[in-house]
Ligand binder design. Structure first.
Ligand SMILES: Nc1ncnc2c1ncn2[C@@H]1O[C@H](COP(=O)(O)OP(=O)(O)OP(=O)(O)O)[C@@H](O)[C@H]1O
Length: 242
């Protein structure tokens, strides 16, 4: 199921002035997997997302997406290729209804006709537990429902790769289980996911593999169990000495 490489990164490097934020990072993301991205604050995780989405330019390295060279393309072209992202703080169109938010994603993100978008979005609202909030404005939703809406928008735009940035922050344990189920639903729609998350239980429950950054360098990669048992990861990420 996960054998094809969707995204391949080689030798990625990025500095801000004299501050080296990403240094010689390489990794692969396989089709239809959930890759968890961990690391202490300031490790370079969001910067890595910005390099993949094109919000930031690489200093060095290569990015291949479904075999195509990505690093020279502007963000909108990468978006058209099917790379979408979700932010730490949900950014819906607050004055529009939940359903309208999804329609925008389906019609402008995925270029669906109004009719096709309509059916697609109605199904997604149902799947995400938002059917009874279809006509509420996004700005009036609770935090969990705004996160549900972020995931619903991720589904509506038919992405190939979704970058999720700390979406479980601020949720209760029960709510983060709801979110894990939604990530699994997103994946069942053949979307590949890279998820930055500090809520360890959530990422452990959803990830097929995990990768850990520290000071801009990859220090571990593997199954969630192997990564969490790695003495170096335990030391730098959890503060546990072997
Ligand atoms: N535009 C920028 N200009 C200068 N420094 C930046 C910029 N963006 C990020 N940095 C610095 O790069 C480093 C990595 O930041 P980044 O946000 O990628 O880390 P992170 O691993 O996502 O952290 P967190 O878990 O706290 O979100 C930090 O030291 C940050 O201050």
């Amino acid at each position: 199921m996960h054998d094809q490489v969707l995204l391949k990164a080689e030798g990625l490097s990025k500095s801000f002035g004299a501050i080296r934020v990403i240094h010689d990072v390489g990794f692969e993301v396989h089709t239809n997997e959930v890759l968890g991205l961990l690391g202490p604050n300031g490790a370079g995780k969001t910067t890595l997302f910005n390099l993949i989405s094109g919000d930031l330019k690489l200093d060095a390295g290569e990015l291949l997406f479904a075999g195509a060279v990505l690093q020279h393309e502007p963000p909108y072209k990468r978006c058209k290729r099917g790379i979408g992202r979700t932010y730490q703080i949900p950014k819906p169109y607050g004055g529009m209804t939940t359903f309208e938010n999804l329609m925008v994603a389906a019609m402008f993100g995925a270029s669906r006709s109004e009719r096709s978008a309509n059916d697609h979005c109605a199904q997604i609202l149902e799947d995400c537990g938002l059917a009874d909030k279809a006509n509420k404005t996004a700005g009036s939703l609770t935090l969990l429902d705004r996160k549900r809406l972020e995931m619903a928008r991720a589904m509506a735009s038919d992405p190939k790769l979704r970058l999720l940035d700390e979406i479980a922050g601020g949720l209760t344990e029960h709510e983060s289980h709801v979110l894990v189920d939604l990530v699994k639903k997103v994946r069942r729609r053949n979307v590949t996911v890279v998820w930055i998350e500090h809520v360890l239980n959530a990422i452990m429950a959803a990830a097929d593999r995990m990768m850990v950054l520290n000071f801009g360098e990859k220090i571990a990669e593997g199954t969630p169990q192997a990564v969490i048992a790695d003495p170096n990861v335990r030391r730098v990420y959890m503060g546990i000495e072997a």
